[in-house]
Every structure is written in structure tokens, then in C-alpha cells.
Write a protein that binds this ligand. Structure first.
Ligand code: URA
Length: 236
């Protein structure tokens, strides 16, 4: 099995993130530091990450978390800021977030140790819709909404057509629901920036059929069997 899949199966991170970790020199196979991505590992090989032996997880777990502002979604933060893992207090499995939310963004994050699901949801070709509510400075016009939904240039990349729905607008602030399948870095903020608007607050409420619901900020709970079956159905 490819080393990045093996590490993802160990609940380290998504396959793509695991490739970065390999290139950063954090992975050893049979005691030897590896820096190539193409390596295959056998069940008898001893793989370690950050000098700890890791094994594929047999108990896959799935949670939804309401990320508050002021937390990073990386597992370690070089600036020493709080990470979303600090919120998963009574979870004994090594889980990590699927995808990212900015430090100042709040809302739904799925936390898991299932590398396959992570791979599906974060794959660039994923068609899973993510819903965000953006609060922006000042008013916004119907024309702006149309421009957003037809695709905008966010620094050399034109976003795919998406759904943008005006919730309310007045001279001080406006609220817009944005439904996208892509997940470029800071995508929603950049989309508004492209039309000259500044996002002052951003919240993700939904990923596919998984909803934040009434979960309070900072709280997490296990996904239901139905929600897990939905995630697994995306693999087919
Ligand atoms: N888009 C953003 O700009 N920020 C996020 O946190 C998520 C999507």
C-alpha cells in the first residue's frame, strides 16, 4: 500500500496532507527517514510518524464540531494558538479535521480518523456542497450576487459557478448565503474581495447532508449512523 494511504489509514491526516508530512521529513519506515512519496509499505513494515510507531486504525470515529473563532484547524500551530483538537476533550482516538476553516471563521467541521472519507471530501473533484453564511460590510446589489454566482477571479483562478442567495442587505451590513463545491484557500473571502466587498464574519453551516444544527460553539458530537452512511455513500 502507498505510504500516504497507509498514514491516512493510521488517522494521521488526509492522504494529501500526509504527502506534505513525508516531504517535511516526519515519517520513517523501518527506522529509515523517507522523503519520497511513491514508496509502498507492507503490513510487516514499521512506520513511524514524528518518531512514534503508527498502525492503521480499526476503530473509525466521526464527529461534528462547532468551531468557534480563535482556533486553528491545523493539528499543530507554529504560533502556539489554540487548535480545534483542544476542543475534542473526551475523544481518545487521534482525530483531525476534514478541510480547513480560517482562524476567524466559525461553524461546522467534521473530525475523524477515517482517511478515505477525508480524501473524498477534500478531493478537488468533490461535488459535495458546503454552505456558508457571509456577513459583509455595507450593502450588496442583485448584480453583485449574480457576479458571485457566475464565478469570479480570485487571483488567477476563476471560481466555478455557485449559488449565492441574498439574505438581507442594508447600508451597514449584508448577509449572503454561498453554496460552493470547491474549497480553495480563503475562497469565500476572496470571492467577496473580487467584487470589492469585505467579509466581517463567516460561518459554515452545512457540508453535504451534514448540518451544524443546534450545536453550540465549541461543542462536538458523534455523527449519527445515518450521517456516517451518507459519508460512506460518497465513496461509491
Ligand atoms: N472560505 C473562507 O474564506 N474562509 C473559510 O474559513 C472557509 C471558506
Amino acid at each position: 500500500m502507498r505510504i500516504n494511504k497507509y498514514l491516512a489509514d493510521c488517522g494521521i491526516a488526509s492522504r494529501r496532507k500526509c504527502e506534505e508530512l513525508i516531504l517535511q521529513g516526519k515519517v520513517k519506515v523501518n527506522g529509515k527517514l523517507i522523503k519520497e512519496l511513491g514508496i509502498d509499505v507492507k503490513p510487516t513494515d514499521i512506520v513511524s510518524f514524528e518518531n512514534r510507531v503508527v498502525k492503521p486504525v480499526s476503530n473509525k470515529v466521526y464527529y461534528k464540531l462547532h468551531k468557534p473563532k480563535g482556533y486553528v484547524t491545523t493539528v499543530n500551530d507554529e504560533k502556539g494558538r489554540k487548535t480545534v483538537l483542544n476542543l475534542m476533550r473526551n475523544v481518545h482516538e487521534r482525530v483531525y479535521p476534514i478541510g480547513r476553516l480560517d482562524y476567524d471563521t466559525e461553524g461546522l467541521l467534521i473530525m475523524t480518523n477515517d482517511g478515505d472519507i477525508t480524501n473524498i471530501l477534500t478531493h478537488p473533484k468533490s461535488l459535495v456542497e458546503k454552505i456558508y453564511i457571509a456577513t459583509i460590510d455595507g450593502p450588496i446589489s442583485a448584480e453583485d450576487i449574480k457576479t458571485l454566482s457566475s464565478g469570479v477571479d480570485i487571483g488567477g483562478y476563476i471560481t466555478k459557478p455557485c449559488k449565492a442567495i441574498l439574505i438581507e442587505t442594508n447600508d451597514k451590513a449584508s448577509k449572503v448565503e454561498i453554496i460552493i463545491t470547491e474549497g480553495k484557500n480563503h475562497q469565500v473571502k476572496k470571492m467577496f474581495e473580487a467584487i470589492g466587498k469585505n467579509v466581517i464574519f463567516l460561518k459554515r453551516t452545512t457540508i453535504g447532508k451534514i448540518k451544524l444544527g443546534g450545536l453550540a460553539r465549541g461543542e462536538y458530537k458523534k455523527l449519527t449512523t445515518k450521517e456516517i452512511s451518507y459519508l460512506k455513500s460518497l465513496q461509491k
